[in-house]
Design a protein around this ligand. Structure first.
Ligand code: ADP
Ligand code: MG
Length: 303
């Protein structure tokens, strides 16, 4: 595809031509601990400030056992936007497919940092967005196997490893693999909230009962601080009656847990990772970019 072959320098020219709309003009970048931008409603400003002061930090696990529902896309875009909003953010790539790592223009590591004995912070990568660090994934079969088949004791150790290294971030996003295996359970056990993307398609609700049961088990575990952060409808296509039906069904069933903002199907959203960029940086004027900006504000309001 042509866009895969385009270089970053072409992009820079494209982006300069499309000035003055930039990611920064859409989502002002406050200095940490300084007043939030006045364009935000005062309630969200208050909540943002309290989130920044929260010593425990937010750990948002982006999970759904289905593949292709928008977990990685949401993780990348939300992580970049939270960093632009002034949050010190870490994106953890837990999926052996490593799409969050490559989608931000980085290479997977030889060994997965989570099975490595070195402290996790030694594996953090600084991304192109100031304020956003990445814990890259690994495709190593051996490590993936070790992570995927880890026993309960091993999972607890991983959770400790993970949470022990998160203190220096305001928000941590974990991009989960498409399964309900030990890796996803470990991520849920380390998280303060779970964000579940659902694709607006026919089988959207299938398998959700299982997923919700796993979330409930983790919430019931002693010491867990997991809450249900929200359900996000993705790849919405206004021209299809089916997607509107899926929205109605999901909202009727889950009520307020469903985010007001919906992510539309937009080719810019799917092109952005091939340039190693978020959609707000790749195509700030696109519908997808605006939808993720609004989602980010909603996530900040839901502290
Ligand atoms: P998951 O991580 O759940 O497997 P991805 O985020 O990788 O899902 O998304 C699956 C595919 O759908 C990817 O090719 C991605 O680029 C594409 N995609 C995701 N969200 C959108 C969207 N809003 N519009 C168009 N394509 C999308
Ligand atoms: Mg993924």
């Amino acid at each position: 595809m042509f866009y895969v072959q385009r270089r970053r320098s072409d992009l820079a020219t494209d982006r300069a031509l499309s000035a003055p709309v930039t990611a920064k003009s859409i989502m002002p970048r406050p200095k940490r601990r300084s007043p939030a931008p006045t364009v935000w409603p005062s309630a969200s400003t208050r909540k943002l400030k309290s989130a920044i002061r929260n010593p425990m930090g937010r750990v948002i696990c982006v999970a759904n056992q289905k593949g292709g529902v928008g977990k990685t896309t949401t993780s990348i875009n939300l992580a970049v936007l939270l960093a632009i909003a002034g949050q010190r953010t870490l994106l953890v790539d837990l999926d052996p497919q490593c799409n969050a790592t490559t989608g931000l223009g980085h290479q997977p590591t030889a060994r997965h940092p989570l099975v490595d004995s070195r402290p996790l912070r030694e594996s953090f990568i600084q991304t192109y967005e100031t304020g956003l660090s990445l814990l890259p994934g690994s495709r190593s079969f051996q490590d993936v196997d070790a992570l995927a088949n880890s026993s309960d004791a091993h999972s607890t150790m991983l959770a400790t490893h993970l949470t022990g290294s998160l203190g220096s971030f305001d928000t941590v996003l974990i991009d989960c693999p498409p399964s309900l295996g030990p890796l996803t359970r470990t991520a849920l056990g380390s998280a303060s909230e779970v964000l579940m993307p659902i694709q607006c398609e026919y089988f959207a609700m299938e398998g959700l009962t299982q997923m919700i049961e796993v979330i409930r088990q983790v919430i019931d575990r002693s010491g867990s601080r997991l809450t249900f952060g929200g359900i996000l409808l993705t790849m919405f296509d206004a021209t299809l009656e089916l997607t509107a039906e899926v929205e109605r069904e999901v909202r009727d069933f889950f009520g307020e847990v469903v985010f007001q903002n919906i992510i539309p199907r937009d080719v810019a959203v799917s092109e952005a990772p091939s340039h190693g960029l978020s959609v707000v940086d790749y195509a700030p004027r696109s519908r997808g970019s605006r939808a993720y900006v609004e989602l980010c504000q909603e996530v900040l309001e839901r502290v």
